[in-house]
Ligand binder design. Structure first.
Ligand code: GDP
Length: 457
C-alpha cells in the first residue's frame, strides 16, 4: 500500500498542527525532510519515540518540530507511521504536507488512516465507525457510547451471538454428513429452535437500544411554542444560561430554521427554530400560532408555554389543540406574578398530564422541566455503563435483517424442510451479522462508510 499523508488538526489558528504519515516509506520520506537534533539511523529508530528537530526544504528551515515515530505493526494503521507536531496556523502545516507529498507520499483520503486500521485487521468495522462517532459527538454520553464501541463492546456482543449461530450450523452440518441419524432429528430440531430463539431475543434487545442510542446521537427534537409574550425567548435564555448547557449551533435540516443542540444534565435536546424565537424582536413578528403549528409537526417533544398571569385566550386554546395527542409539556410561566390559571386548570389538564409552573425571568422551577423530560424519554434508564447501545442505523438495519433471517430459518425447520435448505438460511443470518463487524461486506459499502470521515483520521 502506498504511503499517505494528511493534516490531522482542524484548519485555523492554533498552537500546534499535526501532519500524519502512514505507509512503508514513511521513515524514508521523513529522512529527506527532517533533520533530527541527535540523528539516529532509520533502522535504529524505536517505535513510540519522539524526536526533536527541524523540517527542511533542501537547505531552508521550514519549522521547528517534534516527530513521533510509530513502528509497524504497533501503530494506528499497523504500518510505519509518524506524526509531525509543528507550529499551528494555516501556512506551516500546509508547507510540511506539501513536502511529504513532494517526497513520495500520496494525499490521504478522508478516513484513510482508520480505513487502513480496519483493512489491516487492527480494528473491526464497528470500531472504525465509532471513531467518527466520537469525533462528531455532541454530548458526553454520546462520547461514552462511542468509546465503548471503540473498545469493541458491540463487536463482542455480535460475535457471541454469531458463535451461537455457528454452533447451530455445526450441529446441522453433522446431520447433513450423517443422514443415518435421522431418528434424532426431532430432538435436534427442538434444540436448534431454542438456540435460535435465544439469539433472536438478544438481537431484539440490541434493536430496542437503538431508540436510546438515537436520542443520544440526534437529541430530542424539541419545539418551544406559545403565544407572543408568553415567555418563549425568556425560557430559551434560561435554558441556555444553565451552567451545564453545552450548545452547538448548526443549520436546520428544514429550510429557514436554525437548530441548536444542547445538553443539560445529560439530556440531549435539539431545539427547533430557536432563531424564530430569538430574533423575533418586532412584536408583530413574534412567533405565533401558525408558525407554532409548523414547528410542532417536526418535534419529538413540544414545550408549550403559557402566561399564567392571564386567562387562557382563543389563541392559547389553538395551541392546546396543536399539542393534543403529541408528547408535550405545558409550562405555566410568570408564577412570580398574580396567577390567573394554575396546574389544576381543566382545559390544560385535559390536554397533558405534564404541567409545570415556572418563572423564566426569576429562574424558578426550570429544573422540573429537565426532570419531566428525563421521565418522558426514560433517560434515566439509559445506562451506558452496563448496556451496549446501538447508535448506528447501518447496524440496526443489519440486526433487523439477521432477526428476519432467524425467523425464516425457524419457519423452514418447523416446516420440516430438508436440512441442507435450513443450512442455507443459517448462512444468511451469519452473513448479516458478519456485515456489522465488516467480515462479510462489499468494498462499495466500506468506501461509503469511510468517505464520511474527516481528513487526517
Ligand atoms: P416570547 O414572545 O414568548 O418570546 O416572550 P418573551 O420571553 O419575550 O417575554 C415577554 C415578556 O414577558 C417580556 O417582557 C419578559 O420580560 C416577560 N417575562 C417573561 N418571563 C417572565 C416571568 O417569568 N415573569 C415575569 N414577570 N415576566 C416575564
Amino acid at each position: 500500500m502506498s504511503t499517505i499523508a494528511s493534516i490531522s488538526t482542524a484548519p485555523g489558528i492554533g498552537g500546534i498542527g499535526i501532519i500524519r504519515m502512514s505507509g512503508e516509506n514513511t521513515f524514508k520520506i521523513l529522512d529527506k525532510i527532517f533533520v533530527q537534533k541527535n540523528k539516529e539511523e532509520i533502522n535504529n529508530i524505536k517505535g513510540y519515540s519522539i524526536k526533536y528537530g527541524h523540517i527542511v526544504d533542501e537547505t531552508e528551515v521550514v519549522d521547528e518540530v517534534l516527530v513521533s515515530y510509530f513502528k509497524a505493526p504497533k501503530s494506528y494503521t499497523t504500518e510505519n507511521m509518524c506524526e509531525i507536531n509543528s507550529h499551528g496556523g494555516n501556512i506551516v502545516v500546509k508547507r510540511i504536507l506539501e513536502l511529504c507529498l513532494k517526497n513520495g507520499a500520496n494525499l490521504a483520503e478522508p478516513g484513510e488512516f482508520t480505513k487502513r486500521a480496519f483493512l489491516n485487521g487492527r480494528i473491526d468495522l464497528t470500531q472504525a465507525e465509532s471513531v467518527i462517532d466520537v469525533i462528531n459527538a455532541k454530548s458526553e454520553r454520546e462520547v461514552k457510547a462511542g468509546i465503548k464501541q471503540l473498545e469493541g463492546e458491540l463487536s463482542k456482543k455480535i460475535n457471541k451471538i454469531k458463535q451461537k449461530i455457528l454452533d447451530i450450523m455445526v450441529n446441522i452440518e453433522v446431520s447433513i454428513d450423517y443422514p443415518e441419524y435421522d431418528d434424532i432429528e426431532e430432538v435436534q430440531n427442538k434444540q436448534v429452535l431454542d438456540m435460535l430463539d435465544d439469539a433472536q431475543n438478544e438481537l431484539n434487545i440490541l434493536v430496542k437500544s437503538f431508540e436510546n442510542g438515537k436520542i443520544l446521537k440526534e437529541g430530542i427534537r424539541t419545539a418551544i411554542i406559545g403565544k407572543p409574550n408568553a415567555g418563549k425567548s425568556s425560557l430559551l435564555n434560561a435554558i441556555l444560561k444553565e451552567e451545564r448547557a453545552i450548545v452547538t449551533e448548526y443549520e436546520g435540516t428544514t429550510r429557514d430554521t436554525i437548530e441548536e443542540f444542547i445538553t443539560i444534565n445529560g439530556i440531549p435536546l435539539k431545539l427547533i427554530d430557536t432563531a424564530g424565537i430569538r430574533d423575533a424582536t418586532d412584536e408583530v413578528e413574534k412567533i405565533g400560532v401558525d408558525k407554532s403549528k409548523k414547528i410542532a409537526e417536526e418535534a419529538d417533544l413540544i414545550i408549550a408555554i403559557f402566561d399564567c398571569s392571564k386567562e387562557l385566550t382563543d389563541d392559547d386554546k389553538k395551541i392546546l389543540k396543536i399539542i393534543k395527542n403529541k408528547k408535550s409539556i405545558i409550562i405555566l410561566n410568570k408564577i412570580d406574578l398574580n396567577k390567573k390559571i394554575s396546574k389544576n386548570n381543566e382545559t390544560l389538564s385535559s390536554v397533558s398530564d405534564k404541567i409545570i409552573e415556572i418563572s423564566a425571568i426569576k429562574n424558578i422551577g426550570i429544573e422540573n422541566l429537565y426532570e419531566k423530560i428525563s421521565e418522558m424519554f426514560n433517560l434515566n434508564e439509559i445506562n451506558i455503563d452496563n448496556e451496549v447501545l446501538i447508535t448506528n442505523i447501518r447496524h440496526k438495519d443489519l440486526i433487523n435483517k439477521a432477526i428476519q433471517k432467524i425467523q425464516e430459518t425457524k419457519t423452514t425447520i418447523e416446516n420440516h424442510m430438508p436440512i441442507d435448505i435450513v443450512a442455507i438460511y443459517i448462512k444468511d443470518i451469519l452473513e448479516a451479522l458478519g456485515s456489522i463487524t465488516g467480515e462479510t461486506i462489499s468494498e462499495d459499502i466500506i468506501n461509503e462508510i469511510f468517505s464520511k470521515f474527516c481528513l487526517g483520521k
